[in-house]
Design a protein around this ligand. Sequence first.
Ligand code: SAH
Ligand code: ZN
Ligand code: ZN
Ligand code: ZN
Ligand code: ZN
Length: 422
Amino acid sequence: GPALLFVKTSQGKEEGRRFYACSACRDRKNCNFFQWEDEKVSETRLAAREEYNRNHQPLLTHRQNVERYKNFVLLPLSKRRFCQECQQLLLPEEWEKHLDHRFLCGISMAQLKSPSQLLYPLENKKTNAQYLFADRSCQFLLKLFSNLGFRRVLSVGTPRLHEMIQSKASQEEDFRIRSLLLDIDFRYSQFYTEDEFCHYNMFNDYFFGGEAARETCRKFLSEDNGERVIMVTDPPFGGLVEALASSFKKLMTMWKETGKEGHGNKEMPMFWIFPYFFESRILDFFPSFSMMDYQVDYDNHALYKHGKKGRRQSPVRIFTNITPSTIVLPVEEGYRFCTICQRYVSSGNQHCEICDSCTSKDGRRWKHCVLCKRCVKPSWFHCNNCNCCALQNHSCEKTDAACFVCGKAGHKRSACPSLPCT
Ligand code: SAH
Ligand code: ZN
Ligand code: ZN
Ligand code: ZN
Ligand code: ZN
């Protein structure tokens, strides 16, 4: 889809030169598209680019993959193969081409209904960063949506949540929630119809399936007859907040436009799952959002496991425009309700009388600094040189440029007060 316009700033210069680069791949190794904004592109280069794009399309269309799936499930178990190297369901006439590849046999219906387990996670940090929810977190989200009365979930980059909804819907009669998955990982088109999955880029709001796919999404958001919709998204953490926010606003607008007599000035309910140190960036774009204390856990993310003693805690949180007091966090996992803040907080998160809020971001007990006039991490001390709190062994230096993480001036990324260092 469309490239994004970036700006290259060099130190000291006011205005940098603007250029277009790939929206989805933040590593030039994965996509080397680059073009100065004011550059004239020759016919030859344009033709070469089109040729390149043609050669890099998926071999099969979503429609073809849906047909293949229908044939695949008709096969007896003994003939159902999945090529692990090509990440593809194989039909018997294709076996020959994959004989020297690793493949799985006897693919069951259960496996077909859990593609996120069958496919290997694309962990490439700079592009897909596919970190799958731990069962505990996935169950929690689903139960919460159900308790809040949502009947439709727009799953943007949350294949595991989508798959849990799909399988519950097919197994439990009284389970009434439906889900539509939007994701850039085209491998999922082998398992879902065009009404269940759209190939989508959340950095530029691009539907690869064109107007028809966009219409599928619009219909999903609109067919409400009283069925409330929520959007959930768990983007790669390296993603640009601006780009994501702009796409999510477009999806919100799409929802708003479907409201017949009126969503009035309401916003589409949304869960944006992202690390807590992006709080101020997200709130810049969505002032109606607040951050929940719930720690979202992942299966394949070594660093981000749920905190028992001595283990590292997940920095990933839920940002939402739903009234915080209605988001009940599990007491058995140590969350409690703060009656003053009117929201559930981590057990270690103490209400600070001076700040008049439960101030901890990382679950540990924070301490109030009278000089900074705010609560800070337990490991920080007030530095008279820097005139703010920091780690004891920090080097006193300042910078005028805005911090990459929180967007505020006065410190570098490495000294950002929002970062999760201890
Ligand atoms: N925790 C989620 C997965 C989050 S990982 C779950 O368990 O369901 C991030 C997801 O975003 C992956 O599924 C990845 O394929 C998808 N993704 C990455 N870049 C994307 C992009 N540009 N547009 C849409 N989806 C993207
Ligand atoms: Zn409180
Ligand atoms: Zn305080
Ligand atoms: Zn201080
Ligand atoms: Zn200092």
